[in-house]
Design a protein around this ligand. Structure first.
Ligand code: SF4
Length: 333
């Protein structure tokens, strides 16, 4: 069974240029009282090359999950642009967007909550194929068995229900469903956070293996810097809805330039003594996005705050070179 692609073409469009470009993406929600607004995502620009994994890190509430939903156009932005394989997703009518969504799938943090408990695993994994009218019933059953094998589950899982599986197996079911339509991009939103550490590494290995086998690109969202380092080619650090630093993984973890990134990395347990650094303890919680601090939004927690910081919002500046761009938003640079 094919999923309807013509030879020489992919559903993602021409094979040149970045897979995804986000420009100045912004989302403000009305606050609960209705008077103010919550700036969940603020002027985010990013680019994802084909075959690349971009990690997005930050504390809970920094806007990373809203960013994922904006990219998939599950919610509409207040401003900005999202181009997938050169096509402006925000200009697409909803009917065309449905076709385009086949190329972009989401893997959730809590596989149990995202799997309908009343459906068998066969129905869950086969649902995207049925929705898009792909294959006959029999062909779909064969494809589901194939997908389950791809994620390391036996075909007899098809007739069972999600509650009969462990957390790791449920995440495998979620992944099988996500790859059913042969997507080009997978956005994994905290995909291993709910799992035991031993199971986390199995799921990460599976995701890395699928990336090569199925020519996938990932946006990998997590609060866990060790996990993001393990899977990512490049990393973007978010704070209060903005990107504060982005570069290749090695540069970010060896030479973090933003005090927030430094603090996050200093908290990661470090087996490599060369990279051992003393822990920087951040005081206070992430501020309320309804009333973000003036100037640099990190200034109330920053151990290196300068006089200008409460007054001027630092712009993203490239402190890298042509081969290794390194963008950072901080008055220290
Ligand atoms: Fe700290 Fe100032 Fe840099 Fe913000 S701009 S991270 S407050 S030094």
């Amino acid at each position: 069974m094919t999923t309807g692609m013509t030879e020489g073409m992919t559903a993602a469009g021409p094979e040149d240029g970045p897979l995804l470009e986000i420009e100045n993406l912004t989302k403000h929600f009305h606050s609960k009282g209705g008077a103010g607004s919550v700036q969940a995502v603020n002027g985010v620009s990013l680019r994802l090359e084909r075959g690349e994994t971009l990690g997005i890190v930050g504390e809970s509430g920094c806007g990373k999950s809203t960013l994922a939903r904006l990219i998939l156009r599950l919610i509409d932005p207040t401003a900005g642009a999202v181009r997938f394989a050169g096509q402006d997703l925000l200009a697409l009518p909803h009917a065309d967007l449905r076709g385009r969504r086949r190329d972009m799938q989401l893997i959730f943090q809590d596989p149990y909550a995202s799997l309908d408990p009343r459906l068998t695993v066969g129905a869950i994994v086969g649902e995207p194929l049925a929705i898009h009218g792909i294959g006959s019933r029999k062909e779909r059953r064969g494809r589901v068995a194939e997908l389950l094998a791809t994620v390391g589950l036996d075909a007899d899982a098809m007739t069972r229900y999600p509650h009969e599986f462990s957390g790791g197996q449920r995440q495998r079911i979620g992944i099988a469903r996500a790859i059913a339509l042969e997507p080009k991009l997978i956005i994994a939103d905290e995909p291993v956070s709910a799992l035991d550490v031993s199971i986390q590494s199995q799921i990460l290995e599976l995701l890395l293996d699928l990336k090569t086998r199925l020519a996938l690109s990932y946006i990998f969202i997590s609060h866990d810097l060790a996990v993001v380092e393990y899977v990512s080619d490049r990393v973007a650090v978010m704070y209060l809805g903005r990107i504060v630093e982005t570069t290749d993984t090695e540069s970010l973890y060896r030479r973090p330039a933003h005090p927030y990134t430094e603090a996050l990395i200093s908290a990661v347990p470090q087996p490599d003594p060369e990279r051992d650094r003393s822990r920087i303890v951040l005081t206070g919680d992430i501020p309320n996005p309804e009333s973000p601090p003036s100037g640099c939004p990190f200034h109330p927690r920053c151990p290196k705050v300068l006089d200008a910081c409460p007054h001027e919002l630092p712009a993203l500046k490239d402190i890298g070179d042509e081969a290794h761009p390194h963008l950072v938003a901080c008055h220290l640079h």
